[in-house]
Each structure stands twice: as C-alpha cells, then as structure tokens.
Design a protein around this ligand. Structure first.
Ligand code: SF4
Length: 476
C-alpha cells in the first residue's frame, strides 16, 4: 500500500483555503484576539494608540500586544524569535493578519510599554472574577527567585570587595618585596628579569582600583551589593544555590490556583512582603477580608500586625530560631503564656513572672523568670546553662499567639499552601521555560513578569472554562 502523500505545492485551487480555516474554534489565539480587542489600551498607558497624522504608518499596539501574549503563552519571548514566528507560524499569521513587524519594532514595544502590562494582567484577573474562578477566601503567598541578566561573577558585596582589596594589598606587598630583592640580585648579576613582575603589579593595581571604586559606590549609596550588568538585580539564595536575580512574589487563590497578584522586587528576603502582596491581591479580588497563608520566611511580627489591620487573617508558622533552639534547650513554644495572669508556665510547671523590662525598636520587651524554681529544677540541664531561665515577650506578641492558635486549629492549611504555590512556580519555570529574565532593570523585568503571569493565568483559565467560555466573558 502506498504512503500518504501531500498535495502538489504548485496546484492552483478553485476555492483556495482561507487562513481562518487553519485556526480551529478552540484555538487559544481566538481568545487572545477577543481579549485584546476589548481592552482600553490608551487608558492602560500604551503608547501610539492613535495613529500619527503624518509619516510612515506604524503598528497598532493591539497587534504587538497580541503577538507578545501569544509568545509568552508558547515559550517564545525573544523579539527575534517572535519576528521569525510572524513569517512561518500560521497562528501568528492569523492573529496579526499577515503583519510582519521586525524584531526591533517588537523589542521597542515591550520596552516602551513595560508599565502597561500590569494593567493588562489585572484586566484578566477581573475577567476571571466575572467567571467566578477565584474562591476569594484563601490566598497562598510565596516568593521565588528568577535569574537576571547578570552573571554571578559580575555581582559584588561589600564583604567580597573588602576581601579582594585586602588580598590584593597582601599580594602587592609580597611582589614589592620580591621586586626589591630582584633589584639587589640584578645589581650583582648585571641582568634584567623584573619586567614580568612589574606587569603583574600593574594588573593587580588596576583591579584593586576598580574594586575600590565599587566599594566607594556602595558606601555612597548605602547598598549592600552591586551588580554590573543589571544594576537592579541582587544576589539571593534559591534553595541551596546563590544566584543573581529578582524576588517574585505571588498571591495565588487556592480555588483554581490562579494568580491574583504578582510583584517583582529586588528585596533579598521575603520578610515584610506578606501584607503588601496580600493587600494588593485583596484589592484585585474586590474583597474586604481574606485569609493568607505563607511559609516561615514571612514570619515578622510587624508584617502580621499590618495584615490584621488590613483585614488579612494570616497563617505563618513560627521559625525555630534563637539561642535556646541553637543550643538544644527547650524552645519558647514549650512555655505556655497565660494572658489573664500575665505569666508563663514552663515545661516543669513552674510559673515565670515578669521581672525585667527593656525597649526593642519601638516595642516593650518583658523578661519572665522564676529564679527560685529553676534553682531546684530537675529539668534545668535541658532548659538553660545559666542559673535560671528567662523567657522574653514583646508587647505586640499577642498577635502571634492568636496566629499560632489559628494554625493549630487548621494544620492542613500549610499543605494547601504548598500545593497551591508550587503549581504556578513549577509551570512558569519548567513548562513555560521562563526561569530567567531577558530584560535588564527592575521596571522592565516587572513588565516582563506581568506577561508571564498573564500567560499562566490564561492557560489555567482555558483549562477550567475553555476558549469559548473565555471569549464569551471577554465580549460581555
Ligand atoms: S529550669 Fe526553670 S524554667 Fe526551666 S523547666 Fe525548670 S523551672 Fe522551668
């Protein structure tokens, strides 16, 4: 039996196929078209929404936005690759109606409209709200690091710069000594041979001067580190590795694992980012109160207080830290606070009363102890190396006690957090292959990530309601 064969390429057809025939009714590009066509691009801050009266006609921002959304949905983010897709990809040819912008036009559009991509992301969140895709009860908040356009070798901290300068000084001193000794030897031998050493000294002096200039820059700006390729990127830990990148914060609604809010920062730690991220998500979801769960990296008393004030019920487990935990003694959680009597009850059932008071930042810190009970306690070797144990309490610590009680009553919320946030992070980094930024500087990277988060949400929403459902909602 013969193989299947295609049709003759030079065959003329009586009724030629239309480009539209190649794009099925469930093709996501049909939603991209419907969604972008309904956006008020001028209000969102896009440039060139009105054509110029004179000069060569330009591309409408809607067409370039469609191209970028298509690209981010399909792992094609570079402007050169997007240009190639406009020539050969039937979906893109359909979407752009045969328009073929060059890579520079495509790249300039992303750079010039970087701040307008977040409103587009927010508009899709609104569309998902219309479709009731958000539960609007519980958010999982987490952060991840995405690599910046900056190699580790082009990032310097104060410590690394000071170390380099110190080692350079030591090397210079050693070379200078060898040079002096060489001078004496040569005087005796009457020959050359110190040229190589002089070159090495000049090279080290040059490097030292460059590192000193960077250290001076850090002193002037008060920053802790400096990145040479992308000045806004920071060295930060990603699991066990350190890389130079940005800190991506997501607030993910647990109902369908859709991203309610996203923000990119260059803050190295997550501490202090729970309240701002969850509050922005509340605004996007249009709710007055919500619960938010995050991991131990967000445990900061001021941040939890800010959550309570904003109507956010926080669930953050307390990290095991402090000198008692380090030295293997009873951790503070083994001591029960009795709010009515204002005392702690220790693991030996003794009552620790408030005795010492101090100021920590803006808070009052009280130390509780019971010297007499500790003196004759059989558990003392497991409790303290001192003559008695002190337990400290800040005056705003009640907020943390309330949170610990909530967490104890709802332990499954931590598993729910992990399952919820791992989905977007895993999808973005692995399936969408967007584990590194293409652009430099914080504002550009924010625009880039808004497109990434939008593409993730579109894929997720298509899985839940289908292309037809989304198109119908977009056109309401
Ligand atoms: S050492 Fe003091 S604080 Fe610790 S268990 Fe004994 S009595 Fe309680």
């Amino acid at each position: 039996m013969a193989h299947l064969r295609g049709t003759d390429r030079s065959q003329l057809l009586l009724l030629p196929e239309a480009v539209d025939d190649y794009v099925g009714p469930e093709n996501p590009v049909r939603f991209v078209e419907a969604f972008v066509d309904e956006l008020d691009l001028a209000a969102m801050g896009f440039t060139r929404t009105a054509a110029k009266a004179t000069g060569r006609p330009g591309y409408h921002p809607a067409d370039l936005l469609k191209l970028y959304i298509y690209g981010y949905l399909n792992r094609v983010r570079s402007s050169r690759r997007l240009e190639a897709e406009t020539q050969r990809n039937i979906e893109v040819i359909w979407l752009l109606r045969h328009l073929k912008p060059d890579f520079k036009t495509i790249a300039d559009f992303r750079r010039d409209n970087r701040v307008a991509f977040k409103p587009v992301f927010r508009q899709f969140v609104l569309l998902c709200r219309q479709l009731n895709l958000f539960g609007r009860e519980l958010l999982a908040v987490d952060g991840t690091r995405i690599k910046a356009v900056n190699n580790k070798t082009r990032n310097f901290t104060r410590t690394s710069l000071a170390k380099f300068i110190r080692e350079a000084d030591e090397k210079l001193a050693s070379y200078m000594t060898r040079l002096d000794e060489g001078d004496a030897d040569e005087a005796q031998a009457g020959g050359g041979g110190k040229v190589g050493l002089a070159e090495k000294i000049a090279a080290i002096r040059g490097k030292r001067a460059r590192h000193k200039a960077l250290l001076d820059e850090l002193e002037r700006t008060g920053e802790d580190q400096i990145s040479l390729t992308d000045p806004d990127a920071r060295a930060m830990a990603n699991m066990t590795k350190i890389g130079v990148g940005y800190n991506i914060q997501l607030a993910v609604d647990v109902k369908h694992k859709l991203i309610a809010e996203q923000e990119v920062s260059n803050q190295v730690l997550d501490l202090g980012l729970l309240a701002p991220t969850a509050a922005a998500a509340m605004e996007a979801l249009g709710v007055e109160t919500i619960a938010a769960v995050a991991d131990r990296g967000y445990f900061k008393i001021e941040d939890i207080e800010a959550c309570e004030k904003a109507g956010i019920t926080a669930y953050v487990p307390k990290p095991i830290r402090g000198s008692a935990a380090r030295e293997g003694f009873f951790i503070k959680e083994k001591f029960r606070y009795d709010a009515d009597k204002d005392v702690y009850v220790c693991p030996g059932a003794a009552t620790l009363a408030p005795l010492y008071e101090a100021k920590v930042r803006d808070n009052r810190k009280v130390d509780y102890c019971n010297r007499k009970a500790c003196g004759g306690c059989a558990l003392k070797p497991r409790c303290t190396a001192n003559s008695y144990r002190r337990v400290s309490r800040l005056d705003n610590e009640a907020v943390m006690d309330g949170m610990a009680t909530r967490l104890a009553a709802r332990p499954e919320v931590m598993d729910l957090r992990r399952e919820t946030v791992e989905h977007p992070f895993g999808t973005i980094k692995q399936w969408m292959n967007q584990g590194a930024f293409l652009m430099r500087r914080l504002e550009n990277v924010r625009g880039e990530f808004s497109l990434t988060a939008l593409a993730y949400n579109i894929r997720r929403a298509i899985t839940v309601v289908g292309v037809h459902g989304l198109i119908a909602a977009a056109r309401v």
